[in-house]
Design a protein around this ligand. Structure first.
Ligand code: ATP
Length: 507
């Protein structure tokens, strides 16, 4: 597992998983491109999600809605009025922060100056998580204690947002030594605005969707009317969303353009609690089944004061990234809020008629809302390992075989004696079913290590014995073990291995 994000960022760049967007022009903050390996990894994650949540179920259908919708949608959903973060600017450095993400510590140095006389308390802000702030304070407190020869007491961490105005003026901003350079927090709407049509006037304003969910609600009636579904059922969508985040950071974790994988699950009001419990568990287990097995994964129920006013319960699936515990997915019990809002704003009837009970009502909704980029990042962090093999350190990405960008690499041991031809024939055969890779360049050990770094679970090698007995070598990424299989059975053997059937000789 990974402890240092910089290592992953550099591996992602070096091996073609993730690049900064428009890098040749200096990049653009909050936007990222997926390279040849990254696009396969992310696609496998989205495909696994689609297969497990849509194709394998009888109670789910899919949708693919447009990114730009009638702007009334965003009035109804509350995004035009309320989808904002509190922003503060630093007048000295021109840096911009989220007021709920600057943590301020009031410290005790505060109470005594170096002559031992009482002095005014001061406050310093630190952009970052509460954990980062706490760690910083602990160090600072120890230093001060040493300097003044006395304990400095327990400093406290407060979000800037919660300070009153008089105290805000005393705060030293995260990147300066001056007091009072931070502005009052202002609400900043996160939706990207654009204009539809030739006129750039207020009446032509439209928004890039900040979530895929509203396209689902807006199509609820269409899906019900086309007659394929009966309550309880869900509608799923995977697609791009855009948020003009004030402070994009932590690699792809907080981007301005990202992909969501969302489900709106509609049910009878009296069954919503049960469905909420079901989705909370099912979604958590999904990450575990795909390899997020460590104790870095956690399910956290929101406190009542964190809940949106319409939600009776929400849980976050969180992963302990090297930069802190952060949300991968939220599962929310949203009641009938969304459908009711759209009924109000559109004037259309979005209620549901239950044929069996002869009842009409507005369905309740449970929403599991996940981010494809955040899942990709978590799977990368979890897969990352540095092993000692034969006195050398190898970097390996231990992806679950379903997620691995390349499923197998095929090598001739050397570039002669018919080995390249035999290996290429196997490669062509396997390529019909899987994303596989052919490589004949360089020493075999180096080729193995390159595949380890790409997370390829298996390598198949044609060697001199192959011509004698029609067998080839298979090497397992995780254990580095090798064994021989009949050449003719390579395809079946790979299928079995990818499906998790045991490796010969395993306990
Ligand atoms: P956060 O509090 O981290 O901003 P959120 O609670 O606003 O996230 P939701 O609105 O619940 O997020 O969005 C659902 C999911 O979409 C998140 O769990 C996350 O996986 C993904 N997501 C949201 N914002 C971003 C972003 N800026 N970059 C990447 N993924 C995101």
């Amino acid at each position: 597992m990974l402890d240092d994000m910089d290592k992953l960022v550099s591996l992602c760049k070096r091996r073609g998983f993730i690049f900064p967007s428009s890098e040749i022009y200096g990049g653009i903050n909050g936007f990222w491109d997926y390279g040849p390996l990254g696009v396969e990894l992310k696609r496998n994650i989205k495909d696994a999600w689609w297969r497990d949540n849509v194709r394998m179920r009888d109670d789910m259908v899919g949708l693919d809605c447009s990114i730009i919708m009638n702007p009334r949608v965003w009035e109804a959903s509350g995004h035009v009025g309320g989808f904002s973060d509190p922003m503060v600017d630093c007048r000295a450095t021109k840096e911009r922060y989220r007021a709920d993400q600057i943590f301020v510590f009031a410290h005790v140095y505060a109470m005594v100056n170096h002559k031992g006389e009482p002095t005014e308390a001061w406050l310093a802000g630190l952009g970052g998580t509460p954990e980062e702030a706490a760690e910083y304070i602990e160090k600072k407190a120890a230093k001060l204690a040493k300097r003044f020869g006395q304990p400095v007491g327990a400093p406290s961490v407060i979000p800037y947002l919660k300070l009153d105005q008089a105290d805000r003026e005393k705060v030293v901003g995260p990147a300066t030594d001056e007091r009072g350079t931070l502005t009052e927090p202002r609400a900043f709407n996160l939706m990207f605005k654009t204009y539809v049509g030739a006129l750039e006037s207020e009446s032509n304003v439209a928004y890039l969707r900040p979530e895929t969910a509203q396209g689902i609600f807006a199509n609820f009636k269409n899906v019900v009317d086309t007659g394929r579904v009966k309550l309880p059922f869900g509608i799923a969508q995977v697609g791009k969303s855009f948020r003009n985040e004030i402070n994009p950071r932590n690699f792809t974790f907080r981007s301005r353009e990202f992909e969501q994988m969302e489900i709106e699950f509609f049910c009878r009001p009296d069954q919503a609690k049960e469905w909420y419990a079901y989705w909370r568990e099912t979604r958590f287990q999904w990450y575990i089944d795909l390899g997020l097995k460590s104790d870095r994964l956690r399910l956290r129920d929101h406190d009542p004061d964190e809940l949106a006013f319409y939600s009776t319960a929400t849980a976050d699936i969180e992963y302990a990234f090297p930069f802190g515990l952060s949300e991968l997915e939220g599962i929310a019990h949203r009641g009938d809020y969304d459908l009711s809002q759209h009924m109000k704003f559109s004037g259309k009837d979005l209620s549901y008629f239950d044929e069996e009970r002869k009842e009409r009502f507005t369905p309740h909704v449970v929403e599991p809302s996940a981010g494809a980029d955040r899942a990709t990042l978590a799977f990368l962090c979890e897969a990352y390992a540095e092993d000692q093999v034969g006195g050398e350190t190898r970097t390996v990405l231990r992806f679950h075989p379903r997620l691995a960008p390349v499923k197998a690499a095929i090598f001739p041991l050397v570039k002669r004696d018919g080995m390249p031809e035999a290996a290429e024939a196997i490669y062509r055969d396997l390529k019909r079913r899987h994303n596989v890779f052919y490589d004949e360049k360089g020493a075999i050990g180096r080729r193995y290590r390159r595949q380890d770094e790409a997370g390829t679970p298996f390598c198949l090698t044609v060697d001199s014995q192959s011509a004698v007995d029609d067998t080839i070598t298979i090497r397992d990424r995780d254990s580095c073990r090798q064994w021989r299989i009949p050449k003719a059975g390579a395809c079946q053997a790979l299928d079995d291995l990818l499906e998790g059937k045991a490796i010969p000789g395993d306990a």
